[in-house]
Design a protein. Sequence first.
Length: 132
Amino acid sequence: MQNSQSGESISARFTAYNKSIALFGEYPIFGGIQNKLGKNNYGELNSFGQHSQIIDTFALFGFFVGIIQLFIYFKPILNRLIKERIYVNSLSLSMLISFFTISVLNNVTPSIGLAVFFIYPTLIELNKVKNV
């Protein structure tokens, strides 16, 4: 059962996602960045959600930049998933699902980038050397 604070947090997050989805729906090709973005009384941007890396990129920069972002994020993981052995495939699949979930539900931070684009490939390469 949710307490009121948890329910408010979930509701606020869905409201943020809906803002970004609405902005993308309004400007699907070139994104909302082409227009002046709305600000609140404190000068903070409030015309998009700012809670989802992928959805916000589509909302701000449009379809083409959003697709490029997806390609850059997921192509290295998909390559390893297709080319490697079963052990590596299970690690690659878990990284793919985890990274996709994080990038849809939250903003990607440098520590997440470090884990996905440095630590994960290093583990894969160390596993290859160990099994040779």
